[in-house]
Write a protein that binds this ligand. Structure first.
Ligand SMILES: C[S@@+](CC[C@H](N)C(=O)[O-])C[C@H]1O[C@@H](n2cnc3c(N)ncnc32)[C@H](O)[C@@H]1O
Length: 151
């Protein structure tokens, strides 16, 4: 009986550790909503940092739902101006969290977005405009107004 306990306790202990490590690795690749993350930030092919597909994405798939905060243009200045979106009124600006703020611009984008109101506030929903390969850089269009108001 004693012999069995000496054998069983280390086996149970080792199994627990193995399960813990495996679930840790598995959960680390998932977002808080339980979905596998699609986007990683890396060195852009056009400027500074950019967003890249961590896995193959299909046309129409949602890439990320980004919680957002609507503020007034008075709250935004300096370099931050280059990172915010237009808001629901002329003077409103949308501060987008998650990876959503770091996508670079392309006039032939592979990503687009729409705003959605949720019980917890606005969200910017980024989705694929075509099939995207794992590792491709992700771009949305900043629009003509964005570039015409900057040098
Ligand atoms: C929202 S940030 C994008 C992330 C930025 N690349 C970074 O490293 O933080 C917007 C800035 O990225 C740069 N940018 C975005 N798209 C670009 C492009 N297609 N060509 C050159 N610069 C670009 C511009 O400097 C712009 O002000």
């Amino acid at each position: 009986m004693e012999f069995n306990l000496f054998l069983i306790i280390p086996i149970v202990f080792a199994t627990g550790i193995a399960i813990g490590i495996t679930s840790g690795i598995f959960l680390a690749k998932k977002t808080s909503s339980g979905k596998k993350e699609c986007v990683a930030i890396g060195a852009s092919t056009v400027s500074g940092r950019g967003a890249f597909a961590l896995k193959k994405v299909r046309d129409g798939d949602i890439i990320e739902r980004c919680p957002a905060l609507e503020v007034t243009d008075q709250d935004i200045g300096g370099e931050l101006l280059n990172y915010v979106f237009y808001g629901s009124t002329e003077t409103a600006r949308l501060v987008v969290m998650g990876n959503g703020m770091l996508f670079n611009h392309s006039s032939t984008p592979n990503v687009a977005y729409y705003r959605e109101e949720t019980g917890l506030g606005p969200e910017l929903v980024l989705y694929a405009l075509r099939n995207i390969k794992k590792g491709e850089e992700l771009f949305y269009s900043y629009g003509d107004q964005w570039w015409s108001t900057r040098q």
